[in-house]
Design a protein around this ligand. Structure first.
Ligand code: GAL
Length: 652
């Protein structure tokens, strides 16, 4: 897409039809060009089994299209209506405690229930057949936020049957499964695939290999569920963009694999809600309560861009207070505008706000929209108006290039370390995110990528902390990158969730010649200082035996190797605190000939083609004259206000 577009989420079924035309006119006037509708409207589209009522939707699409708006049509499968849940009560998901999750909100379905999947085929086919060729419909959204409200795993009879089939297809013989899972331990050996149980309600922990396979299976079920819809839509609505709106910090299914079957990825960005719900301490939350964590949005932009193989949108952008975090503050003046530019800087085609008008009823009545419930503009409205005018004038070209830095983020590793953290606070997401923030503090643009050969080959710098297992071709591709940083825990398991025969880092020993001989986790407050580098290991440390080809670059205070190196490949033997991480980043960036701009906590940069975007997350203006070094600004000033955005030609 040549130019960035603005969009909005709209629910015609929530409003009197007399309002639609005026709403559409105001959207257009505001500079909105795309509207998402329909994703929760099943009870209005099919009020009773087999009785469709699509007329109102046809009129709504015509009104929007007639006003010059493009439509994204959502499939309504996240909200099966009551008659459907009553018709097949066993479609409800079962939680890990064995309890059904009832009708009365949303996402009350089990991904493995074939009867429900067929009902989805039916409604999606009917919608795609009716609206697939409508000139106003430019894109489709499948379902809504797979995995939201912890709904990927279901411990239902349908899931059990499907899991047994999945295991049979993967292992072929029960002997192979017993060996892979190590079922001789605690007499867990099985005589046939029919004896497999789901890994919940066991007396103590279930076998980690069993749990990991259940997680893989559950992820595959989501991918398969989505595939059915995408196939139907492609058949009836060729040429339209098919996407799904992912969420922040969701790791329960493999987003790369699901994204590979879409035309574009999208995600729902709620900076203030995520901050309040997140893991930062109170001081951090207080400091950023009206702007959000300076790296969180960007991390997801950089991740979902790669889930969509370059094409991605923000489907829902927070416009004001949400209703679902422990506290729901208002956004700082300028924050909505800044978030919008941040997405465009990372290559978004569309930024779409959630939602047009605040609903005065039901669960989300406290959630802001661009309009108040009385249709008057809410604070976000004016900011969207400003962005719309600016992007019209600036005509920035979109699309982010391949970044010099690739940070590997792997869903299976998130599952593996969730199952076996070994230390309560060993969180894979946090580990990867800590590296992401460090590289961003250095002012670099990053691609967050899967552990796949083509994603890392020939990069200037690849970071792969905590990657639980590595394939041979991934290892081979890492050899083509200039600088690589591994560890802690990288390569410490096989894909079957066992310790590699030659000890960690398994096949990655081909990059750095070493063996991890033992490990420990560290409780909060405990740390091991580094020697010759600032900072310390916290949470996790390893004892490493270097082989003849590896050198020790830095040691811990107790003299044990902390950072090892073989040519341009590094291995870090612990979880670095922020000071150690910054020092390490600076060292390896230097090695990769990447500048370290040491931006500190509040300023952030994203490069997009020839342009550099600068964002100020501080609550005060910042003098950026040194950073822009006489470059001509296309947006912003050398004193960048709070929530300010500057855009300029980047230095070469
Ligand atoms: C998203 C969801 C929307 C709405 C929104 C509120 O997670 O997709 O339907 O609930 O949150 O912030």
């Amino acid at each position: 897409m040549a130019f960035q577009k603005l969009g909005v989420c709209y629910y015609p079924e929530h409003w009197d039809e007399a309002l639609w035309r005026e709403d559409a006119r105001r959207m257009r006037g505001l500079g909105i060009s795309i509207v998402r509708i329909g994703e929760f409207a099943w009870s209005r589209l099919e009020p009773a089994d087999g009785r469709y009522d699509f007329d109102w939707l046809a009129r709504a699409i015509d009104v929007l299209h007639g006003a010059g708006l493009e439509v994204v049509l959502g499939t309504p499968t996240a909200t099966p209506p009551k008659w459907l849940a009553d018709k097949m009560p066993d479609m409800l998901p079962i939680d890990a405690q064995g309890r059904p999750r009832k009708f009365g909100s949303r996402r009350h379905y089990c991904f493995s229930h074939e009867g429900y999947a067929r009902e989805c085929d039916r409604i999606v086919s009917a919608l795609a057949e009716t609206f697939g060729a409508h000139p106003g419909v430019v894109a489709w959204q499948t379902d809504n936020e797979y995995g939201c409200h912890d709904t990927v795993e279901s411990y239902s009879p349908a899931a059990l049957r499907a899991f047994r089939d999945w295991c049979a297809a993967k292992y072929g013989t029960i002997g192979a499964l017993n060996a892979a899972w190590g079922n001789v331990f605690w007499s867990m050996e099985l005589a046939s695939f029919d004896e497999i149980e789901l890994p919940n309600l066991t007396v103590t922990e279930a076998n980690p290999a069993h749990r990991l396979d259940f997680q893989r299976f559950s992820s595959d079920q989501v991918v398969a569920f989505n595939r059915r819809q995408a196939d139907i839509i492609r058949r009836f609505s060729p040429g339209r963009t098919i996407l799904h709106n992912f969420m922040g910090s969701f790791t329960a299914f493999d987003h790369y694999r699901l994204g590979a079957e879409l035309d574009a990825a999208a995600w729902d960005s709620y900076p203030l809600g995520f901050l309040e719900r997140g893991r930062h301490d109170d001081a951090f939350k207080l400091r950023y309560m009206r702007v959000g964590d300076p790296d969180y949005q960007a991390f997801h932009h950089d991740l979902y861009r790669n889930c969509g193989r370059g094409r991605w949108w923000v489907m829902e952008q927070q416009p004001g207070p949400v209703n679902w975090a422990p506290w729901n503050p208002a956004a700082a003046k300028g924050a909505v505008r800044m978030w919008t530019y941040e997405a465009f800087a990372a290559g978004a085609e569309v930024v779409s706000y959630f939602r047009w008008r605040q609903a005065p009823f039901a669960q989300e009545q406290m959630h802001a929209g661009l309009l108040r419930p009385d249709s008057q503009p809410a604070p976000g409205f004016g900011e969207v108006e400003q962005v719309a005018r600016e992007i019209e004038r600036l005509r920035l070209s979109g699309g982010a290039d391949r970044a010099d830095v690739a940070l590997v983020f792997d869903y299976e590793s998130a599952w593996a370390w969730g199952i076996e953290p070994q230390g309560q606070d060993f969180s894979y997401d946090e580990l990867v995110y800590a590296f992401y923030c460090a590289v961003r503090r250095a002012g670099l643009s990053v691609d967050v990528v899967p552990p796949m050969a083509e994603a890392v080959a020939n990069r200037r710098l690849v970071l792969a902390p905590g990657l639980f297992a590595a394939s041979e071709d991934f290892v081979a591709a890492l050899k083509t990158a200039d600088i690589v940083l591994l560890g802690p825990r990288t390569g410490s398991k096989t894909f079957d969730f066992q310790i590699p025969a030659q000890l960690p880092p398994g096949p990655l020993r081909a990059l750095v010649d070493l063996k991890v001989t033992r490990v420990e986790s560290l409780r909060p407050g405990a740390s091991i200082r580094a020697h010759g580098l600032p900072g310390a290991f916290e949470r996790w440390r390893e004892w490493v035996e270097p082989g003849p080809n590896a050198g020790v670059e830095a040691v811990a205070a107790d003299g044990e190797p902390a950072l090892l190196r073989q040519g341009g490949r590094y291995y870090l033997a612990g979880w670095p605190d922020e000071a150690l991480l910054d020092a390490l980043t600076s060292r390896i960036c230097g090695e990769a000939e990447l500048p370290n701009l040491a931006l500190g906590p509040d300023l952030r940069i994203r490069d997009c083609g020839p342009l550099r975007y600068l964002f100020n997350y501080a609550s005060k203006p910042r003098d950026i004259s040194q950073l822009i070094e006489g470059a001509e600004l296309r947006l912003g000033g050398s004193e960048l206000e709070a929530c300010g955005v500057a855009i300029y030609e980047r230095p070469t």
